[in-house]
Design a protein around this ligand. Structure first.
Ligand code: SF4
Length: 272
């Protein structure tokens, strides 16, 4: 079902929205922009609300449990597996109160998958129970005005002791290092810039922790080097393109493999 959260915005409402979207930029907005500008238009300018895909819901609940686990270590509280399992089931129920999920009869199977991913993570993670994080789920930003760019904003999942930035992801396929590095470069570069601005230090590395949904779930930790100057330049050029594209209201579709999971397929087919 297509259900706009609010009435479609007026012309002046759209102009205001575009102004707001140019004042700041985040990794998720930039990712969406770089994937498909028409999708960006539906999601961030018109703000159409669609039922969530089960995979996204599983990812958000898994993420919330990992957050509890990280916070527990940060506060020197012991968090055992049973308590985490309880948190998982509570969050699973509570988050659905406000959400519409297109389960298609698969809720129980998805719930089982979600907990299996977490059990696997807690068994195989390289993070030990006594490792105190440097930061957990921390809001960060970076003033890029000296580069003529909007402020960068975001939330970092975890910073391990010694300045290693960690981002958690759920995936249905095993990532390769090259692919993970390429696909998530804009995001990891955003985090590196915000970390440096917030702490005055360079990150010592970046880790992508993938929880992979296979018959036998597994975790894949991809360690990446600190952001290079070249990666920073690529990110800044991407943000420049984002600002210029919003300025000229360039919202053309970019059809590709990613369309298979696009929630705006019907709207896209009606676009001209
Ligand atoms: S279906 Fe594809 S081209 Fe259309 S809006 Fe979605 S991602 Fe873009």
């Amino acid at each position: 079902m297509i259900a706009p959260a609010v009435a479609p915005p007026s012309q002046s409402g759209i102009k205001d929205r575009l102004d707001v979207l140019q004042e700041t930029v985040s990794a998720s907005r930039l990712n969406c922009w770089q994937q498909c500008r028409l999708k960006f238009w539906f999601r961030y300018v018109l703000r159409l609300v669609k039922p969530s895909a089960p995979a996204l819901y599983v990812g958000s609940i898994v993420h919330s449990v990992l957050q509890s686990w990280n916070l527990g270590r940060w506060r020197y509280r012991s968090v055992n597996l049973e308590a985490l399992k309880q948190t998982f089931h509570e969050n699973w129920k509570e988050e659905q109160v406000e959400a519409v999920i297109n389960w298609q009869g698969e809720e129980e199977a998805e719930r089982t998958t979600g907990w299996a991913l977490l059990e696997t993570y807690f068994r195989d993670t390289p993070i030990t129970l006594d490792e105190k994080p440097e930061a957990v789920e921390v809001s960060v930003e970076a003033d890029l005005s000296e580069h003529g760019l909007p402020k960068l904003i975001g939330v970092i999942d975890l910073v391990r002791a010694g300045g290693r930035i960690v981002d958690f992801k759920t995936a249905s396929q095993t990532p390769t290092v090259k692919k993970a590095q390429h696909l998530h470069e804009a995001q990891t570069s955003c985090y590196a810039i915000m970390y440096r601005e917030s702490t005055g230090r360079k990150e010592t590395g970046i880790e992508l922790h993938h929880l992979v949904k296979l018959k036998k779930p597994k975790i894949v930790v991809t360690p990446l080097e600190p952001m290079t100057d070249n990666q920073q330049t690529r990110l800044f050029k991407g943000i420049e393109s984002y600002v210029a594209g919003l300025d000229r209201e360039d919202f053309v579709p970019s059809p590709g493999l990613h369309c298979q999971s696009c929630e705006f397929w019907n709207e896209c087919r009606r676009w001209s």
